[in-house]
Design a protein around this ligand. Structure first.
Ligand SMILES: Nc1ncnc2c1ncn2[C@@H]1O[C@H](COP(=O)(O)OP(=O)(O)OP(=O)(O)O)[C@@H](O)[C@H]1O
Length: 236
């Protein structure tokens, strides 16, 4: 009989402290079939949500409109900003991001592979080399022709999101990692359905502006209105 032992997770350090979550580096040791010897070791990213401050509630509620999360007891606790409310909120964000990653990964979009979610912690594939996280698009420099392949990938990602009827909702050069020339999208808890969410079109447009502003600064012609129009056309 083969008995299976649980994987052992070891925290190796912090990757980055963010506004709403902290990202840690985790080494997961998967036991061999004998259940004793540590076998395969993988590096994962653990994103732990803290739950928003009360002042963030309006932003949170805008994202959750149309998702059946309003007017419940938990939602009122979130609105009050109690510690229980913050933990409810943190778990919601973690589950929302896990679900977004799952949906997009299945559709073939370049997102970290979602591993598991437990309470306010989301475990996912670590995008990087060894223990070094891949750099963000915001740090990339080069001539327009050197950066063009990254631009083409970002626009293609936005097209694929549009075909799925969604927008990232907080897309920027800070939420795009560049790993050996491949662009990977992160930070997806607020993935928004563009048509059913009353603010969906605004968020899609803001994503276009954020992306185009950065690429235009790097010398690539990027017209946010034209990209937006193309993405809307993809949806209908
Ligand atoms: N899967 C991953 N692999 C490697 N690095 C990651 C991963 N997920 C997040 N990071 C790193 O952690 C940082 C913060 O992650 P993320 O943007 O998801 O959290 P956040 O709380 O929204 O941060 P911010 O306040 O900076 O927007 C990223 O900019 C990136 O450097």
């Amino acid at each position: 009989m083969v008995t299976s032992a649980a994987a052992i997770d070891t925290e190796l350090g912090i990757v980055k402290t963010g506004k709403e979550a902290d990202v840690f580096l985790i080494e997961r040791a998967v036991p061999d079939s004998d259940g004793r010897t540590p076998g395969e070791r993988v590096i994962l990213a653990a994103k732990r949500y803290r739950g928003p401050e009360t002042s963030d509630f309006h932003r949170s509620s805008r994202y959750t409109e149309g998702r059946g999360m309003r007017n419940t007891r938990d939602s009122r606790a979130v609105a009050r900003g109690s510690s229980y409310g913050r933990s409810v909120s943190a778990s919601r964000w973690a589950y929302a991001e896990f679900e977004a990653l799952r949906t997009l990964y299945v559709r073939g979009l370049p997102v970290p592979y979602p591993v598991q979610v437990n309470g306010s912690e989301l475990l996912m594939e670590f995008i990087g080399d060894g223990q070094i996280a891949a750099p963000r698009l915001a740090t990339q420099r080069g001539t327009a022709s050197e950066l063009y392949p990254l631009y083409a990938q970002v626009v293609e990602i936005m097209r694929q999101l549009a075909r799925a009827g969604v927008a990232h909702g907080d897309l920027s050069p800070y939420n795009l990692l560049v790993h050996h020339g491949r662009v990977v999208v992160i930070d997806l808890p607020q993935l928004v359905e563009v048509v059913s969410n009353p603010g969906g079109m605004d968020m899609l447009y803001r994503d276009c502006v954020n992306v185009c502003t950065w690429f235009t600064r790097q010398g690539l012609g990027c017209d946010a209105d034209a990209v937006f129009a193309e993405l809307v056309a993809e949806m209908f």
